[in-house]
Design a binder for this molecule. Structure first.
Ligand code: RIB
Length: 322
């Protein structure tokens, strides 16, 4: 593999997924079907970027166990360069996922080895990080290590992307200092409004997802501007996404006619495809990359699972030309 243009720093998690018609209520047992597969937001995004045509490396941490060995085999088979630290005293991360008949999901994730990713593990790959075109991270591994990676990448001139998922109580706004492009979903956007000092006045008005749903595109863009970042892309589920840049914004509608059977990992499909497109099209082509990513996310929900559901580049191109 030639030098990776895209580096994803983040989680690998083994997904333990149960499908059922309706989510069980507290105290209730329901009959469902079980499948286990590779997941974790970081790894899913790396797979999505590789399938979308990117040269990708993945930095993370796994345990010395069967899930960790399976992760490596899976990623290498996807053509991803494996720059992962092994943590012998921690198990590989795992997630319990419920998917109901509407394709909605509920997830509990145990970070385990991902939490043990250390700044020193990042330093071991400082050269590729400094040389990368696009560097992506989320909030599902050790936050100090991810902050360190963003700093190295930004100093080297990469475009840095943060997907603030899952939002965490220990999120430090300083993590945004080295971020060029922030990609939150609606839940994460609202959480950020309440966490960031610069949006305190909006938070005090009781901002929540219901209020977000009623905002005009213009007002949503103005709120995005309060974050003080170059680019904010809010993913809006079935509505598509809003791309907010300093002087302009664009609402990119979701692809029509998509039948969702499992929405787990749709955000990861968006972020990974976006990273691949941005690395290829160039940093000035953010809206074009977001259109490509929208199509990737739309396709990912038509298949079950997370990483295995990430679409190939030819599928995305076919959907875009439809
Ligand atoms: O975004 C979906 C992912 O979140 C799943 O693969 C699961 O592992 C959780 O981390």
């Amino acid at each position: 593999m030639s030098s990776p243009q895209i580096i994803v720093i983040g989680s690998f998690v083994q997904d333990l997924t149960f499908r059922c018609a309706e989510f069980p209520k507290p105290g209730e047992t329901v009959i469902g079907q079980f499948v286990s597969g590779p997941g974790g937001k970081g790894s899913n995004q790396a797979v999505a970027a590789a399938r979308a045509g990117g040269q990708v490396a993945f930095i993370g941490a796994v345990g010395r166990d069967a899930f960790g060995a399976g992760a490596r085999a899976f990623q290498e088979n996807e053509g991803i360069r494996w720059l992962v630290a092994e943590k012998p005293d921690r198990p590989t991360g795992a997630a319990g996922i419920l998917v109901n008949g509407l394709g909605q999901n509920e997830i509990i994730v145990s970070l385990d080895a991902n939490e043990a990713l250390a700044p020193a593990d990042i330093d071991a790959h400082a050269d590729p990080l400094r040389a990368a075109t696009v560097v992506v991270t989320q909030l599902e591994a050790n936050l100090a290590a991810e902050a360190h990676a963003l700093g190295l990448a930004r100093a080297g001139g990469a475009t840095t992307i943060l997907n603030p998922a899952p939002m965490r109580a220990d999120f430090d706004p300083a993590l945004l200092e080295n971020v060029n492009i922030l990609i939150p979903n609606e839940t994460e956007f609202c959480a950020l409004i309440h966490l960031l000092p610069q949006t305190r006045a909006t938070a005090a008005l009781g901002f929540d997802e219901q209020k977000l749903a009623t905002l005009s595109e213009d007002l949503l863009h103005k709120l995005c501007r309060e974050f003080g970042l170059e680019t904010v892309i809010v993913t809006l589920g079935a509505r598509g996404c809003l791309v907010s840049r300093p002087d302009t914004y664009t609402l990119i509608p979701a692809t029509p006619g998509i039948q969702a059977i499992d929405t787990t990992g749709a955000g990861d499909a968006f972020v990974g495809a976006f990273a691949a497109a941005l690395a290829e099209f160039g940093p000035g082509e953010i809206e074009r990359a977001a259109r490509f990513a929208n199509a990737g996310a739309g396709l990912s929900v038509t298949k079950p699972g997370t990483a295995p559901a990430m679409p190939m580049r030819a599928e995305i191109e076919a959907l875009l030309s439809r």
